[in-house]
Design a protein around this ligand. Structure first.
Ligand SMILES: [Zn+2]
Length: 822
């Protein structure tokens, strides 16, 4: 075998303070260290060593031997000495050093950088230390000369140098040639992190491994596979599901979360102090059917990993919600508490009785439907009832199981009745017992067994819906007034009383709702996939104030893709959560999007927009007087307003993010304009003007995510006494006032703030402006409820009156705000 003169040395200790014993922590079936060693074994060398301390030696030895590494023990803290001691025992020239907390090393890059190092040391060249820069944090190695390290170790007393290895060389560049070589493009991903330093890192590593498994990739993983995993949504947007495992809440929450986790690779948080007795057996059931064991976690990762937290806990306390929503998205399923303002997104799956609480999305289609369905469910209505299941949850607080069993036995003496009870020692069992009745413990995987029964008697809840989907006849046994209301609301057949009388049971059996077909939707939806989609959503704070408040801002409106809040500090309504990706303002914005929206191109609309501009210029002139000499139009687009201002003798300058629009202004209109992303513009440099008499923004201001810094910049650009004018959709117009939720639903997804004219002054004053005039525009009588209802036509008296009212009360759907710098 060819001599390489290389030694691969993996530095490892078990006494990590942040994550003790991490090198031996299980990562998808083998210890973290095993992944490191199998990767490094791919790098050519004569020697393969794990350099550890005396304390860790015994425990590491088996893993080392298994993967073909020698184990060397040296000092715990003086790692430099540990390395030099080891190097005294072997004859290596080149050392390739990796650390044991990096299971996703780029072994190809390690091999290449070692070869590059050796190449630099051929002939007259010399290099003491080399590493690639730009690799993911945790995927790189260091390469250095064994002799240089031994020499350097003898020269330094610096404790830092001795606690580490590389610094003995690269912190002494006067003596040693150290190169940080920018990594080739295929390794250059400095934004990614693969190391395991914290618990959150460990969860990320688990996500990577689980991703590899679903893809069928075998380790040691190639660079491409590691990059692919790191960029996958499973790793990028981690999800932690928090189901209720509290006694009294039933097992539905746990089932739902475990199932979703199986679908999307999410983690499920199950605390040590769970009180739900069935927890462990239910978890085992899912692990047996494909859920990775490592998806179950017993502590919630810190916000450094920023997972989206998804709760399915029935009712959270304010403190729990506060803690969980800290610095990350909080998504809640069927949340029943009154503190839902903490939740960035509310998903209702089992239609809730708290209907006055709006949700972002209500969809019972996410109930996991049983795969086993009764054949020809409808024809079964005619059939004999032979098998009955009574399932009132493990807990049955109202003790309805026995009375129900008796009532069914009386009604169907030939039928076989199965009743689920958690307490087999119930004194009533004997009393209710009979040849046709069987009492059983909670049934594992009940969902897929429901189809065996002709009738399922249960409470309002998950099992009821599942039984409907399985094609069973479903009778609810409501215990409370509320349950009765729900049964009625969702068209279930039910026995309305605590006493299950013969006649009540008969009327439930006769009910047209016995097979509650109205509930069935054919949509096959994956809750896991939807939650994964939500977890990629962005949580945002007030764009004006720029920080998250300690108590959540009041929610103004929720819809399927967004949540809007009102800032408690400045009063601005802003988009606080969105699942929609950022819009890129490129060429296509004007050519295609505009046409899509208005049916004509922006250029074709030029003259009518310019006419608006002429009117706006006259308002500005009335406020700015003789001062109106210079003007900056931010977001000038194709320049219709610049053109109007110029026609009015104003020295107008424009800026826009779209380069094609700027080119049009420069070349066609021959007006000064620059392409820039406001607020990053230096007008003194671009136009030779530091401050303007007038700054304008027409339908631009709502697009800024960082409105605070934008307004500060605008303020610095307007001379004292000068005018700042802008237009924007109005949050107090007829559309917003008459149907708030619809207004926010159709609000463009790149509008981050919604201005309410009545609050504009107090917001603008923070930035040195005083509102001088508000012009309500965009009047639409046809959007007024009274016109909608009466169908009045344009020109009719009613129409004219409504239009006058719209003007008088500033109910236009858009608004122009003119203010002065004070
Ligand atoms: Zn604010």
């Amino acid at each position: 075998m060819m001599k390489t003169n290389r030694a691969v040395i993996v530095q490892c200790r078990l006494s990590s303070t942040r994550l003790p014993g991490k090198a031996l922590k299980d990562l998808g079936g083998k210890p973290v260290l095993a992944w490191v060693l199998s990767s490094m074994k791919k790098v050519k060398a004569d020697y393969y060593y794990v350099a550890t301390d005396e304390e860790s030696y015994e425990q590491l030895l088996p893993v080392c031997s298994q993967y073909g590494f020698e184990c060397f023990a040296g000092p715990l803290d003086d790692v430099l000495a540990r390395f030099t001691m080891l190097l005294e025992t072997i004859k290596a020239k080149t050392v390739i050093r990796a650390t044991a907390d990096n299971p996703f090393l780029f072994y190809e890059a390690a091999e290449e950088s070692a070869a590059l190092f050796e190449e630099k040391n051929t002939g007259k060249g010399s290099c003491d230390y080399l590493t690639y820069s730009g690799l993911p944090h945790g995927s790189g190695v260091e390469v250095f000369s064994a002799d240089s390290l031994k020499k350097a170790a003898g020269e330094t007393n610096d404790p830092y140098d001795h606690e580490h290895v590389g610094p003995a060389l690269y912190n002494h560049k006067d003596k040693y040639v150290c190169e940080f070589v920018p990594a080739p493009r295929r390794y250059d991903f400095p934004e990614l992190r693969t190391t395991i330093d914290t618990y959150s890192d460990y969860l990320r590593a688990l996500s990577i491994i689980n991703y590899m498994k679903t893809k069928g990739y075998e380790g040691p993983y190639s660079t491409e596979q590691i990059i692919e995993a790191c960029k996958s949504n499973n790793v990028k947007y981690p999800v932690v599901l928090v189901p209720s495992v509290v006694k009294g809440h039933g097992t539905g929450h746990l089932h739902r979360c475990l199932n979703a986790a199986k679908e999307c690779g999410a983690f499920v948080y199950i605390p040590e102090d769970k009180s739900l007795a069935e927890t462990d057996s239910i978890v085992k059931e899912y692990i047996a059917s494909g859920l990775a064991e490592n998806q179950i976690i017993s502590s919630i990762p810190d916000e450094s990993y920023l997972p989206a937290i998804i709760t399915d806990t029935f009712e959270l306390t304010e403190n729990q919600l506060k803690e969980l929503s800290k610095n990350r998205s909080l998504i809640s399923i069927d949340e029943g508490s009154k503190y839902t303002d903490y939740c960035d997104y509310l998903l209702d799956i089992i239609p809730s009785y708290k209907c006055d609480r709006p949700a972002n999305k209500s969809d019972s289609g996410f109930i996991t439907k049983p795969q086993n369905v009764r054949p020809q469910a409808k024809a079964d209505q005619e059939k004999k009832i032979e098998k009955i299941l009574i399932c009132l949850g493990g807990e049955d607080p109202a003790n309805l199981t026995i009375p129900a069993a008796k009532a069914f036995m009386k009604k169907f003496p030939e039928a076989k009745i199965t009743a689920i009870i958690s307490n087999e020692a119930s004194p009533y069992i004997e009393e209710a017992g009979g040849p046709n009745i069987e009492f059983v413990k909670p049934i594992a995987g009940l969902r897929e067994k429901l189809f065996e029964y002709d009738i399922v008697a249960t409470h309002y809840g998950l099992t009821a819906f599942e039984a409907v989907y399985a094609g069973c006849g479903v009778i609810l046994l409501p215990t409370t007034k509320l349950h009765k209301k729900l049964a009625e609301k969702y068209n279930f057949a039910f026995v309305g009383d605590k006493v299950i009388s013969d006649s009540a049971l008969q009327s439930a059996l006769d009910s047209e709702n016995l097979y509650a077909g109205k509930l069935i939707s054919d949509d096959k939806k994956s809750l896991g996939e939807f939650l994964r989609h939500l977890s990629a959503g962005k949580k945002m704070c007030c764009p004006v104030c720029g920080s998250f408040p300690s108590k959540p801002d009041e929610v103004i409106s929720r819809n399927e893709t967004r949540t809007y809040r009102r800032c408690s500090k400045c009063g601005m309504v802003y988009m606080a959560y969105t699942t929609i990706e950022d819009k890129k303002y490129q060429k296509a914005y004007f050519f295609e999007d505009y046409k899509k929206q208005y049916g004509k191109t922006y250029e074709e609309d030029f003259e009518s927009i310019k006419a608006q501009g002429m009117r706006r210029v006259s308002v500005i002139k009335s406020l700015a007087g003789a001062r109106g000499e210079t003007l900056l139009d931010i977001g000038c687009a194709y320049g219709p307003f610049l053109s109007a201002a110029t026609d009015n003798g104003i020295n107008a300058f424009g800026t826009d993010i779209a380069d094609d629009a700027v080119a049009y202004v420069q070349n066609k209109l021959k007006l000064p304009a620059v392409c820039s992303a406001f607020p990053e513009i230096d007008t003194a440099e671009e136009f030779g003007i530091a401050q303007f008499d007038i700054v304008t923004m027409w339908y631009v201001i709502e697009h800024f995510k960082d409105l605070g810094s934008v307004l500060r910049k605008v303020s610095s650009l307007v001379k004292k006494g000068g005018v700042f004018a802008f237009s924007t959709p109005s949050g107090e117009g007829i559309s917003a006032v008459s149907d708030k939720d619809h207004f926010y639903q159709i609000s463009p997804t790149d509008h981050y703030t919604i201005w309410e004219p009545g609050r504009a002054d107090s917001i603008l004053r923070q930035f040195g402006f005083k509102v001088e005039r508000i012009v309500s525009t965009g009047h639409h009588p046809e959007r007024f409820p009274s016109i909608k209802k009466s169908g009045a036509k344009p020109g009719s008296l009613k129409w004219v009156l409504v239009e006058a009212q719209s003007h008088a009360k500033r109910l236009g759907d858009t608004v122009e705000i003119y203010c002065k710098k004070i």
